[in-house]
Every structure is written in structure tokens, then in C-alpha cells.
Ligand binder design. Structure first.
Ligand code: PMP
Ligand code: GLN
Length: 383
């Protein structure tokens, strides 16, 4: 986590957002919306602050939010969870992941992720002294090969970290893959951590299957999500964990010393969001599908090969047809070439695998249409 001279290494997202700011480029690097969330949610937070909900809330989260999370799982997925013992509110999905990994991984345990992977997984596996193993996802569809998966899970595997919809590729794991993950976890007595922060961002009729809904899965699955992507409130950092009561207890034991408690006024506001009608969730996805299509058109016109994602915030584009083999070098040059910032897929890899994803880069489309139009115009300079 430190450079040779002892300075903290910045994450690729912070680095690329700083590059966008310093060069005045359009930031399609870091995944955050540049438009507000629903007024029901933002007004609720302001009301909570005005009404004095500004002190430490309960450590497991305010009851109104834990109940709304349980109700959300029932409404969308038919899952029954006890809001008192099986739900924990955290500082975003980020803390949920850190607390879960630190609570459940002993030094030397193997933790399997799919690769490319969200950068935090690798960092926290390292903090827990775990051993990070991966199954590579390959373009164009980024679906895991089942034989690779069978070979990767062993009796040494403590956790399998699943992320569907997937960051950075937008891949959605199919039911057969999720079923195989559950079978392998059962056979090797591993736990499943599932990062579902993009659960409501599915396009073209794609639907979300939480792995906890599969037979035999719930008892060994730690489900993680967040209000950030669903309500355009990535800066509020309200996330959650859902798991059996003993697993939640183990995770609370760590969480209480990471942040103790989280943003009191934001908790009832996110609860209000979770209670919004189905139409809100449909509009959220159809709006993002339009943004995806606009940016996809711009990237294709500029000469990139792209895989159209069925979910999430991001499009993976191959810069090789434009003559660039190294995505990192391409992303560093892109502000000057086109006034746009993107993130190389190699930043989501173990050092030994970065070459596998050489010319692939990630563009975020969770931006206003006029911003995506402007970016597309500027990217046309590349062709
Ligand atoms: N997991 C994935 C896959 C993500 O993309 C993100 C957000 N960038 C997070 C976790 C972190 O979520 P939060 O902002 O709620 O901490
Ligand atoms: N999840 C967002 C992304 O992947 C932001 C992550 C971050 O800034 N840590 O771009």
C-alpha cells in the first residue's frame, strides 16, 4: 500500500480524478454520477439534520434502515432476513467489505476473487494477511470458465468474493455459475462474500439474482450492498451487510472499531429511498441504459472495440484498434489526446496478470447526456 519512499499509494480512481481536474478533462474514470439522486432521498436527509438527528446512531444501524433493507430483500428477491440480527449498516460497501474480510480471514487463508477485481478486495486481503487467488474473466463476455473455477477452489479457500454485476466489466454472472460457486463453497467449506452494489443497474431485460437466493447459499453467504449507486449518493457512504446472526456478530466485532457507527441523518434518507416504488427502480435502469448507448456509440465511432455491458456503470473498450497496446499509457495520454479520462483495466489486476488485459480501458457512463455527448465528440479526435 506504500511506495518505496513511504508515501501512501493513491488508488487509481483518486489518481484519475485528480488528472481530470488538473487537465480540465471530462472525468469518465471514477464511477460516480454527476447528477442528483431522488428528491425524496435528499430532502429526507436535510429534514433529518434540521430535526436534530446528528448524534451517534446505534452501532448496527438505525432500526428504520435495517427494517427497510430487510423489506427491500423481501420485495425484490423474496429473501426473508431478520433486521435485528441479520443486517448491519456500514460506511458504504467499502467498510462492509473490509469488516467482512478482516473478520473472516485468518493469516494464510486463501481468498478467491474474479479478475479483474475491484481494487479494494486485493488491498484488504493483504491487510488480513490472506493469500489472494483469482479466476480470470476473459473478453469479450467476461464470464468465468467453470473448469478454471473448479480448479481454483480448494480446502484452503476461506472466502469466495463474487461481484455481480461486475466492476469493471459490467458482466452479470449467470445462474449456472452462481450455482457452481455455491456447490464449490459447500464442498470446500468456504464462505461467499457477494458485492451487489450494482444490483439495480441492469439493462436489456437482464435481472439480478442474488447468490443468497440459491438453495443452500444463504447460510454461508455475506451479502453486501450500498445506497451509493442506487440513489446517486456515493458521498454519503451508507452500505450494509446481510448474513446469518453469527456471521453478522463476527463482522460487528470488527466494524465497531473501524468506524463505530455511520452517518445518522443519511440512514433514514436511504431507508426512504429503499421504499420508493418500483417505477423509480425501472427509471433508474432505463436512464442509465440510454447513457450507456450514447457512450457506446461514441466509443465505436472513435474506433474502439467495445463489449456492450448488460449492467453497471462502465464500458470496457479496447484501444488496440487505435494503435495502443498499453491501457495505462493510453489513459495517461488521453487527457492530451481528447480531453477525457478513463481507467486502465490493468489497475484491477494482480501485478502478474496486468499484461492479460493490456489494451483494455474502462469508461464510466453514469454522467449527464450532454457530458457524454461532449466526450464522444472529443473522442472522435482519436480516429
Ligand atoms: N464494490 C464495488 C464493486 C464498487 O464499484 C464500489 C464503488 N465504487 C464499492 C464496492 C464501494 O461502494 P461504497 O461507495 O458504497 O463504499
Ligand atoms: N466504485 C467507483 C469506481 O469503481 C469509485 C471507487 C472509488 O473511488 N474508490 O470507479
Amino acid at each position: 500500500l506504500l511506495d518505496d519512499d513511504g508515501t501512501a499509494r493513491t488508488t487509481i480512481f483518486a489518481e484519475m480524478s485528480a488528472l481530470a481536474a488538473s487537465t480540465g478533462s471530462i472525468n469518465l474514470g471514477q464511477g460516480f454520477p454527476d447528477y442528483p439522486g431522488p428528491v425524496e432521498v435528499t430532502d429526507a436527509a436535510q429534514r433529518e439534520i434540521a430535526n436534530g438527528n446528528n448524534q451517534y446512531p446505534p452501532g448496527r444501524g438505525m432500526a428504520v434502515l435495517r427494517e427497510a433493507i430487510a423489506e427491500h430483500q423481501k420485495r425484490f428477491y423474496g429473501l426473508v432476513v431478520d433486521p435485528d440480527t441479520e443486517v448491519l449498516v456500514t460506511a458504504g460497501a467499502t467498510e462492509a467489505l473490509s469488516a467482512a474480510i478482516l473478520a473472516l480471514v485468518e493469516p494464510g487463508d486463501e481468498v478467491l476473487t474474479f479478475e479483474p477485481f475491484y481494487d479494494e478486495y486485493g488491498a484488504v486481503i493483504g491487510l488480513a494477511d490472506g493469500i489472494h487467488t483469482t479466476v480470470r474473466l476473459r473478453s469479450p463476455d467476461f464470464a468465468p470458465d467453470h473448469d478454471d473455477l473448479r480448479a481454483a477452489v480448494t480446502d484452503r479457500t476461506r472466502l469466495i468474493i463474487v461481484n455481480t454485476p461486475h466492476n469493471p466489466t459490467g458482466a452479470v454472472f449467470d445462474r449456472e455459475t452462481l450455482q457452481l460457486i455455491v456447490e464449490l463453497a459447500e464442498r470446500h467449506d468456504a464462505l461467499i462474500v457477494t458485492d451487489e452494489v450494482y444490483e439495480h443497474l441492469h439493462y436489456d431485460g437482464s435481472t439480478h439474482t442474488p447468490i443468497a437466493t440459491l438453495p443452500g447459499a444463504a447460510e454461508r453467504t455475506i451479502t453486501i450492498s450500498s445506497g451509493g449507486k442506487t440513489f446517486n449518493t456515493t458521498g454519503w457512504k451508507i452500505g450494509w451487510v446481510i448474513a446469518t446472526a453469527p456471521l453478522i456478530s463476527a463482522i460487528v466485532a470488527v466494524k465497531q472499531f473501524l468506524t463505530y457507527v455511520n452517518g445518522a441523518p443519511f440512514q433514514p434518507a436511504i431507508a426512504a429511498g429503499l421504499q420508493l416504488p418500483d417505477a423509480f427502480y425501472r427509471d433508474l435502469a432505463s436512464d442509465l441504459a440510454g447513457k450507456r448507448d450514447l457512450l457506446a456509440g461514441g466509443l465505436r465511432a472513435a474506433g474502439f472495440d467495445i463489449t456492450l455491458p448488460r449492467a453497471g456503470y462502465f464500458i470496457v473498450a479496447d484501444a488496440a484498434p487505435l494503435g495502443y497496446d498499453d491501457g495505462g499509457a493510453f489513459c495517461r495520454a488521453l487527457p492530451e489526446l481528447a480531453g477525457v479520462v478513463a481507467v486502465p483495466i490493468s489497475a484491477f489486476c494482480l501485478p502478474g496478470s496486468a499484461g492479460q488485459y493490456g489494451s483494455l480501458v474502462r469508461f464510466a457512463f453514469c454522467k449527464r447526456l450532454e457530458v457524454l455527448e461532449q466526450a464522444s465528440e472529443q473522442l472522435a479526435r482519436l480516429s
